[in-house]
Design a protein around this ligand. Structure first.
Ligand SMILES: Cc1cc2nc3c(=O)[nH]c(=O)nc-3n(C[C@H](O)[C@H](O)[C@H](O)COP(=O)(O)OP(=O)(O)OC[C@H]3O[C@@H](n4cnc5c(N)ncnc54)[C@H](O)[C@@H]3O)c2cc1C
Length: 394
C-alpha cells in the first residue's frame, strides 16, 4: 500500500493548508492544542459560538461538509480529500464537535430520504453551522434495542402528534432540529411499526432536561414530547419503514464515531508505547473503510470494528495512565486539570464511548453476523406484534 499523496491530492492539501493558515481562529490555537480528552472547552468563549463562526467561514469558502454535493452546501469532494482536509484542519477540527451528529448522521439521512425541497433548505444551513441537529433515538426502554422504542406518533389529518420520551440525546440543549424515530403501529412486529421524522426542537410540547455527568460535564439530555405536532412532509421514508431509515443513520454514526474517536494514544505516548500496534491497526482499518467509500460503496457493518477497538483502548489507556500517575492521579481542580487531571477525565468519560453508537456487545453481534457470517443472535420477539410483547405488569 502507498499512502503518499497523488499529485492531485498534494495540490488539494496545499490549497487546504493555505486557506486554513489564512483563516483559522488562531487566538484559540494554544487552547485547542492542549490535550482535551473527555472535555472540549474554551476558557473565555463559548465553544458552540466559536464553532459556529468557524463553520460559517468554512462553508462560505466551500470547506464545510466537503463530501456533500455542492447544491446541498458541500464541495463534492472525494473521501480522500475529506481525510486530507481533516488532517490539515488539525486542532481546529475540535470546533466542529457540535455539528458532527448533523454532518455524520442526520444530514446523510435527510440526503437519502428527504424531499428535494427539504434537502435544498436544510442541508446548506446544517453545513454552514446555522442549524445544529441532534439524534432522538434512544429511550429508557430502547437503547441497544432501538426497535423497542415507545414514543408514539399518531396521524391527525396532515400532521402527526408525538408523545413519549427520549434519553441520552447529545447536544439537544443547543440543537435546532432533531431526527426522531417513533412508533406508528404497535400492532405489527417491533421493527415494522416505526416511522422517522425530523422536527424543530423549539416546537410546542418539546422539553429538554439536561443530564449531569460524573465528569462534571453536561453533554446529553432527556427530551420529553407532549402532544408535539409534526407535519407529514417532515416524515423521512415511508410510514412503517423507520427501521430501514434508522439503519442509514446508525451505519453512518459508527463510521463517523469509529474514524474520529480520540483514543488517548498521543497523550500516553510519553508514558508507554505498547498500544502502537493497536493504534496502527485502527488507523489502517479506517483507511480501508475510506478506500471502500472512495469506490462508491456505502459504510458497512465492518465499521463497527474501529469503534469497538477504539472504545476499549481508550478505557485501557486511561486506567494504565492513572496507575502510572500514582498519587498525582488524584489531583484535579482548575490549575491541575489540563496537566494531570486529563486522565481522570478520560477515565470517567471512557465507559460512555463503549456505549454510545452501539455497545461493545451489539457491535460484536454485528461483526459476528454481518461481517463474519456467523449464526444470528436469538431474537424471540422478532416476529411478535409489538403490543403482544410482554412488559412489566402485563
Ligand atoms: C456519550 C453518549 C452519547 C449518546 N448520544 C446519543 C444521542 O445523541 N442520541 C441517542 O439517541 N442516543 C444516544 N446515546 C445512547 C446510546 O445509543 C445507548 O446508550 C446505547 O445504544 C445503549 O443503550 P442503553 O443505554 O439503553 O443500554 P442497554 O441497551 O440497556 O444495554 C445494557 C447492557 O446490555 C447489553 N446488551 C443489550 N442487548 C444485548 C444483546 N442483544 N446481546 C448482548 N448484550 C446486550 C449492552 O451491551 C449493555 O452492556 C448516547 C450514549 C452515550 C453514552
Amino acid at each position: 500500500m502507498n499512502f503518499d499523496d497523488t499529485p492531485q491530492e498534494a495540490t488539494f492539501r496545499a490549497e487546504a493548508k493555505a486557506w486554513i493558515d489564512a483563516n483559522a481562529p488562531k487566538q484559540y490555537e494554544a487552547e485547542l492544542s492542549k490535550a482535551s480528552l473527555g472535555r472540549i472547552r474554551l476558557e473565555k468563549a463559548d465553544i458552540v459560538e466559536v464553532g459556529k463562526a468557524w463553520q460559517k467561514k468554512k462553508a462560505a469558502a466551500g470547506w464545510a461538509c466537503l463530501q456533500w454535493p455542492r447544491e446541498y452546501g458541500g464541495r463534492g469532494a472525494t473521501p480522500i480529500e475529506r481525510v486530507i482536509w481533516q488532517q490539515e484542519e488539525g486542532v481546529y477540527g475540535k470546533l466542529t464537535q457540535p455539528f458532527q451528529i448533523g454532518e455524520g448522521m442526520c444530514g446523510p439521512t435527510v440526503m437519502a430520504y428527504g424531499s428535494e425541497e427539504h434537502k435544498r433548505h436544510y442541508l446548506p444551513r446544517l453545513a454552514a453551522g446555522e442549524q445544529i441537529w441532534c439524534q432522538l433515538f434512544s429511550e429508557p426502554a430502547g437503547g441497544s434495542d432501538v426497535a423497542g422504542l415507545r414514543t408514539r406518533a399518531e396521524k391527525n389529518g396532515d400532521n402527526w402528534v408525538i408523545n413519549g420520551q427520549k434519553i441520552w440525546t447529545s447536544g439537544a440543549h443547543y440543537s435546532d432540529l432533531g431526527l426522531l424515530i417513533t412508533r406508528t403501529d404497535p400492532n405489527v412486529p417491533k421493527h415494522k411499526g416505526l416511522t422517522m421524522f425530523f422536527l424543530d426542537m423549539k416546537s410546542k410540547g418539546v422539553e429538554v432536561k439536561p443530564i449531569k455527568q460524573a465528569n462534571g460535564m453536561q453533554e446529553f439530555n432527556e427530551v420529553f414530547f407532549t402532544d408535539v405536532v409534526v407535519p407529514d412532509h417532515q416524515r423521512l421514508g415511508a410510514v412503517g419503514d423507520g427501521w430501514n431509515v434508522s439503519l442509514t443513520t446508525l451505519m453512518n454514526e459508527r463510521m463517523s464515531i469509529g474514524s474520529r474517536l480520540a483514543t488517548g494514544f498521543p497523550e500516553m505516548f510519553d508514558f508507554c508505547a505498547s498500544w502502537a500496534v493497536k493504534a496502527s491497526g485502527l488507523k489502517y482499518t479506517s483507511y480501508r473503510a475510506i478506500s471502500a467509500l472512495s469506490k462508491g460503496e456505502r459504510p458497512g457493518p465492518e465499521n463497527s470494528i474501529g469503534k469497538l477497538v477504539a472504545g476499549s483502548m481508550l478505557q485501557d489507556i486511561a486506567m494504565h495512565a492513572m496507575d502510572l500517575e500514582g498519587a498525582a492521579g488524584v489531583f484535579t481542580g482548575a490549575a491541575e486539570e489540563e496537566a494531570r487531571g486529563q486522565f481522570q477525565q478520560m477515565l470517567l468519560s471512557s465507559p460512555s464511548m463503549r456505549i454510545a453508537g452501539g455497545t461493545d456487545e451489539i457491535l460484536r453481534n454485528i461483526i459476528a453476523e454481518r461481517v463474519l457470517g456467523l449464526p444470528g443472535d436469538i431474537r424471540v420477539d422478532k416476529d411478535v406484534p409489538f403490543n403482544k410483547i410482554p412488559t412489566k405488569g402485563r
